[in-house]
Design a protein around this ligand. Structure first.
Ligand code: ATP
Length: 305
């Protein structure tokens, strides 16, 4: 049941969540189109699970707003049916069999796709009579993915889905995730500490750090608008104007600055190096972790002083 609806997959406006006085998310703004696989990355305690739980309607914001597929999350059964959530550790019911999970999914979800669920279980080679508690970690993750996808949701939400899986199981899981998202024409958001996984499957990135969105955007655009300038030591004063310094590093021989700029890559007495996604993420996370940076970028020239 795919709706012809152009509202964003996720839209956050000043989204803030505090637990008591502890901020988990602070003044977050997001506007993410549909049809993306969104990678949500950030260090422990950055607020990733909090954002995903808000998106499922399991918790509510302290301030600001969040819309999922154009509606407030979890407000009614129809909205719940449009979103599938797989929590950390891909929970399944240990005493229920694989077939029980599918029966339960069919009973609880109005758009349940029995054909898809059975086909998947067959492809995975899972025995429908097997209790879920006796499945391997990889099989449990695949069962949870199957149940989530057979709902035929418009948005799939995964909290660290592949963290406990060995590389082969992870590879299979991610492959299936991409295939399902394409088959359903859905969007997906997954949090992960595994940047290589994010790089492989995600076309949109959110970096959370210190409870704030550090950067968000299409991966392709982010990689095009960020690069590293390298100069001999002391060369930072000669950076071009108009570039935002994300992170500056110097050692005895050279200065190196990761910058953001939407303009053309500047010519000058520096070399320009493209970034891998991992380097881009680490640059923002390093900046967020620096107390003096106050999470704000500096413009060219300021960084060198
Ligand atoms: N139920 C809760 N009660 C109180 N504080 C909480 C609760 N849930 C999360 N927090 C706090 O909110 C902050 C964000 O936590 P969250 O679990 O969202 O981070 P995370 O990025 O998912 O971390 P991790 O990568 O370790 O899973 C942390 O400081 C955490 O201690």
């Amino acid at each position: 049941m795919q709706r012809n609806d152009s509202s964003p997959a996720l839209r956050a406006d000043g989204l803030t969540k505090r637990y008591g006085r502890r901020p988990a998310l602070t003044d977050c703004h997001l506007d993410i189109p549909r049809g993306r696989i969104i990678g949500l990355v950030g260090p422990n305690g950055a607020g990733k699970s909090t954002l995903l739980q808000l998106a499922c309607g399991l918790i509510t914001p302290t301030a600001g707003s969040l819309e999922v597929l154009g509606s407030r999350p979890g407000t009614n059964a129809a909205q719940l049916a449009r979103v599938a959530f797989v929590a950390q550790d891909t929970p399944v019911y240990a005493e229920l069999t694989v077939a029980d999970h599918l029966r339960m999914g069919a009973g609880l979800n109005p758009c349940w796709d029995t054909g898809l669920a059975n086909r998947r279980i067959g492809q995975l080679g899972l025995d429908p009579r097997q209790k879920a508690g006796r499945l391997s970690g990889g099989q449990r993750a695949q069962l949870a993915l199957t149940v989530a996808v057979a709902k035929r949701p418009e948005l799939l939400i995964f909290d660290e889905p592949a963290a406990a899986l060995d590389p082969l199981a992870r590879d299979g899981f991610l492959h299936n995730l991409m295939a399902f998202v394409a088959e359903l024409g859905a969007s997906a958001v997954l949090s992960s500490h595994l940047l290589a996984d994010v790089e492989r499957v995600c076309d949109y990135l959110i970096v959370l750090g210190g409870s704030r969105v550090q950067i968000a955007g299409e991966v392709r655009d982010l990689l095009a608008s960020h690069y590293r300038l390298v100069t001999p030591r002391g060369g930072l004063d000669r950076l071009p104007t108009g570039v935002e310094v994300v992170r500056a590093e110097r050692n005895e021989r050279r200065d190196s600055v990761v910058v953001r700029s939407d303009g053309p890559r500047p010519a000058g007495p520096w070399s320009v190096e493209s970034l891998q996604l991992e380097e881009l993420v680490l640059s923002y996370l390093s900046r967020a972790a620096e107390p003096s940076a106050a999470n704000a970028g500096t413009m060219a020239g300021e960084a060198a002083r």
